[in-house]
Design a protein around this ligand. Structure first.
Ligand SMILES: *Cc1c(COP(=O)(O)O)cnc(C)c1O
Length: 396
């Protein structure tokens, strides 16, 4: 790999990137600085659900770039209202609170749940607790990593905020047992992405919904990676016909162009936040709103959800053929797969590096797993080709 001037000497080492230097992208493909093409099976962790440079999203951004990009929320802007209305409708909720990154949406969700707990539920001040799940990934702020059980995310960064109780993922009874009169919310990923595309058992989301309703606790679904078409539905919660009280959205909401996140909930929940209590200089800026609105419009057609569903079934069948041939297990939801690599075939990182040589980009997670999350615009023939490359590298 060509060394990029400045990186070794001046870039903080908070990442260990795979050895490829990308300089261009279109649809499901990227190009490196030497002109070599790669099929992108990561999509920036699902931030590129619509692919690189989707024409309709680019057009919305370019039109807005020339008109108005930033006002701050000190004033109104003419793009935020239409975006909020469209996103609320997509979610079937009343209100939208726009932020930028996913972690900010999670932080906002935590604040909303606590404020709701004190002002609506009547929990004694500063006593609120939130139930979370082992193996979670909700972002990188100090509050969020405080309830992570990933040592590399957490160790060395304390002291951490109290008020979180962690229980095994996929175990609804454990959630119910952890609920006390001070519990204000259950915060989970409907599918755990960073953990390796971990699917909960059937009925888990429905059970969590019922438990939250029965105990007067908010169900907060972190759909930042699982939502917006990835799993063959608009939201991963739709797989069980479940509607959470609070959606946390991000990643693909920014159309692969800029960070756009949001908390979406009904008025009786999100309405607890009063002017001055929460905000963000860039949150809800007109460029983000124009891009976010176009993303919502693309999702309103159902086209991307359908593609993810059909192509996902195809991918699942193809990946299934690799079990016993360098793969020990495969978990698939829509166009999203966690593939566990047989240690005899190398680590996840080894496989990702060998795939780069064959023009395919994936990302390893937690040692033996690789994650596959292509742009939803990918074609079946391209998926087939990518799986053939995986089959070849696994064969040694
Ligand atoms: C990526 C992710 C986040 C954090 O989003 P950032 O934009 O990186 O802050 C939060 N929750 C989930 C489930 C994610 O996948």
């Amino acid at each position: 790999m060509r060394i990029i001037a400045g990186e070794d000497e001046h870039l903080a080492h908070n990442y260990h990137p795979l050895p490829v230097v990308i300089s261009g992208g279109e649809g499901a493909w990227v190009t490196d600085v030497e002109g070599k093409r790669y099929l992108d099976l990561l999509s920036a962790y699902s931030a590129l659900n619509f692919g690189h440079g989707h024409p309709a999203i680019l057009a919305a951004a370019q039109e807005q770039l020339g008109r108005l990009t930033l006002t701050s929320r000190a004033y109104h802007n003419d793009r935020l209202g239409p975006f909020a209305a469209a996103l609320a409708e997509l979610c079937g909720k009343d209100l939208v609170l726009p932020m930028n990154t996913g972690a900010e949406a999670v932080e906002t969700g935590i604040k909303v749940a606590r404020a709701w707990g004190y002002r609506v539920k009547g929990v004694p001040v500063d006593a609120a607790t939130i139930v979370v799940a082992h193996g979670n990934f909700h972002g990188r702020t100090t509050t969020i990593v405080g309830f992570s059980d990933d040592a590399s995310a957490r160790d060395g960064f304390g002291p951490f905020a109290p008020g979180f109780v962690s229980v095994p993922y996929g175990d609804a009874a454990a959630i119910e047992a952890a609920i006390t009169p001070e519990t204000v919310a259950v915060l989970i990923e409907p599918i755990q992405g960073e953990a390796g595309v971990v699917l909960p058992p059937d009925g888990y989301l429905r059970a969590v919904r019922d438990i939250c309703t029965a105990h007067g606790v908010l169900f907060i679904a972190d759909e930042i990676q699982s939502g917006l078409g990835r799993v063959g539905e608009t939201f991963a919660c739709d797989r069980e016909g479940v509607v959470p009280d609070v959606y946390l959205l991000g990643k693909a909401l920014g159309g692969g162009i800029l960070p756009v996140s949001a908390v979406v909930a009904d008025r009786d929940v999100l309405g607890v936040i009063r002017p001055g209590e929460h905000g963000s200089t860039f949150g809800g800026n007109p460029l983000a709103a124009a891009v976010g609105l176009r993303v919502v419009e693309l999702l309103q057609t159902g086209e991307f959800q359908n593609r993810a569903k059909l192509l996902g079934e195809h991918l699942e069948a193809k990946l299934g053929e690799l079990i016993g041939h360098g793969v020990t297990a495969v978990r698939v939801a829509g166009l999203w797969a966690g593939v566990d690599i047989d240690p005899a075939a190398g680590t996840g990182r080894d496989v990702a590096e060998r795939l780069i040589a064959r023009g395919v980009l994936v990302k390893d997670t937690h040692g033996q797993t690789i994650r596959i999350a292509p742009p939803l615009v990918i074609r079946a023939t391209e998926l087939d080709w990518a799986v053939e490359q995986l089959r070849t590298v696994l064969a040694g």
